[in-house]
Design a protein around this ligand. Structure first.
Ligand code: 1HN
Length: 378
């Protein structure tokens, strides 16, 4: 329903407890006087700022790898990483909010970073946390607070907020493309983002190569006799694809998984079982051949990267077909369900999210879709 002044009226607002004031000439004059005093009548805006349920300003959006890979290749020719700082093609949510906030979805930033063999991105740090999913390439590495970490396709790697980091690809490697995820929109909304550049172009490794994943990456095996890890993020730093896939296969041998997500593993901090970073979480999920998930919705935003396979997701009632390395997002409180189109082979979906923020604030809420046998009308 539309009021005379163009505001949307929800019929549910015609109840005691909701704002339903009829404006009069005296009230209009009052509103003008309030405005002149940097004040307003709460009841004019109460229903808009207290929606009955979350109303996202973001839209489900899909980026095809075939297109975006070509854009990365063009960026390779057009700018040097030293000039660009980071040669990143930003993924902008298809909404005014996405373009304004430079957000892929909600509190999350994402981009695709491309690097040639022999290139480096200069060392820097920021309050915002980053994590990355390696889409293709050989010989890529990152250095995080002096820890040199080698990277391969489908690995997931952390750059926690406040850590110095620089990246590169070794001279005899391949062009590497990875997806970056950052909590930049959150940090900027909280007005907490600081940035600094390192006094050298790159860090000198201060520890043996891959020391953190080799020390802490033993799944249930926890090292004794070494200094306690006091930091608020996971010490594993990089989660290898082979181990992740094997863990999913093992899980599928003994469990049916979730009706919504199939078999799904959290990239966790092994010391706490919680999320690897304080502000962003990540998962790898496996949809078995022919899997057809049920629909649900939840608070928090999720950005997916198809690690392998072919299928589609119905998000807010619209179908998005995907294949390997396509990226798509599910905004907060939007119904979604996933389907693997291959009857025989698994599909793998990497995803990252802002669930740790939702949990820390006590607002992680989920609901299953109950109509039509749990599926959105197509
Ligand atoms: C950043 O530090 C990197 O270090 C990539 O690779 C993308 C996007 C926004 C802000 C910082 C990187 C980024 C970023």
């Amino acid at each position: 329903m539309m009021a005379g002044d163009g505001t949307i009226i929800d019929p549910r607002d015609a109840v005691l407890g909701r704002a339903r004031v009829t404006d009069t000439p005296e009230l209009e004059a009052f509103y003008q006087d309030l405005a002149a005093h940097n004040a307003g009548a709460f009841w004019k805006r109460a229903n808009a700022i207290e929606p009955w349920e979350p109303e996202t300003r973001y839209r489900p959006t899909l980026w095809r790898y075939a297109d975006m890979r070509a854009m990365c290749m063009r960026a390779l020719d057009l700018v040097k990483p030293e000039e660009a700082g980071r040669r990143v093609v930003t993924l902008l949510n298809d909404s005014d909010a996405g373009r304004e906030n430079v957000a892929v979805c909600g509190w999350l930033f994402s981009g695709m970073q491309a690097m040639r063999p022999g290139e480096i991105t200069p060392a820097h740090k920021h309050t915002a946390s980053a994590h990355r999913f390696i889409m293709e390439g050989k010989g890529a590495y990152t250095v995080v607070d002096g820890h040199h970490i080698t990277l391969g396709a489908n690995d997931y790697v952390l750059t926690p907020g406040g850590c110095w980091h620089d990246h590169g690809v070794v001279a005899d490697g391949d062009v590497s493309i990875w997806q970056d995820g950052l909590d930049i929109p959150l940090m900027n909304s909280l007005e907490t983002n600081f940035y600094a550049v390192y006094d050298q172009p790159t860090q000198t490794a201060a520890f043996p190569t891959d020391d953190l994943p080799r020390t802490f990456g033993g799944a249930a095996l926890r090292p004794e006799g070494i200094a306690a890890w006091e930091k608020p993020y996971s010490p594993v730093m990089v989660y290898r694809w082979d181990a992740t896939r094997d863990a999913l296969w093992n899980l599928a041998k003994v469990s049916d998984g979730s009706p919504f997500d199939g078999h799904m593993l959290r990239y966790s901090n092994p010391l706490t079982g919680g999320w690897a970073l304080q502000t962003m979480g990540a998962h790898m999920q496996m949809l078995k051949g022919g899997f057809r998930g049920k629909a649900h919705r939840h608070t928090g935003n999720v950005v997916y990267n198809v690690a392998g396979g072919r299928g589609y997701s119905i998000i807010g009632g619209a179908r998005f077909d995907w294949e390997t390395h396509d990226i798509f997002c599910v905004p907060a409180w939007v119904w979604h369900e996933h389907v693997n189109l291959d009857p025989d082979d698994e599909a793998f979906l990497f995803s990252f999210n802002d669930f740790p923020v939702m949990e820390a604030l006590g607002v992680r809420i989920e609901e299953a879709y109950s109509d039509h046998g749990g599926h959105q009308p197509a």
